[in-house]
Design a protein around this ligand. Sequence first.
Ligand SMILES: [Zn+2]
Ligand SMILES: [Zn+2]
Length: 133
Amino acid sequence: MVTGECNCGAVRFEIDAEISDVYVCHCSRCRRFTGSNGIAVVVVANDDFRWVDGQQQVATWTKPDTDWQVWFCRTCGSPVPGENDSTRMFVPAGSITQGGAALEVRHHMWVGSKATWDEIGDDGQQHPEQFCS
Ligand SMILES: [Zn+2]
Ligand SMILES: [Zn+2]
């Protein structure tokens, strides 16, 4: 069982699946969202994902004129899981507290527009733009 939560603990979730692949997006939108070099996420089937608490605490924001959306705790601001489409959830890798021992970065996206100070030091495949498995 994989578990995760936001910084204040209001939003908590479980994943009932083996997880291993981490996708890191280096695009400017994700950089502004996290204040860092991008965001690392795990993609999970909706059927394997369960809210334990705090789903009503999840705020969303969609960038105007796009379908780019973020999900965050309305109390503490932590990035939290969101439903990407009717089949998959995007789960921020940093929100996982237990069960993530096998996680490894497999793919980097938008490497063509990453921050100048962002140096990739792992063996994940690097994609210049969007990459979907
Ligand atoms: Zn929170
Ligand atoms: Zn991004």
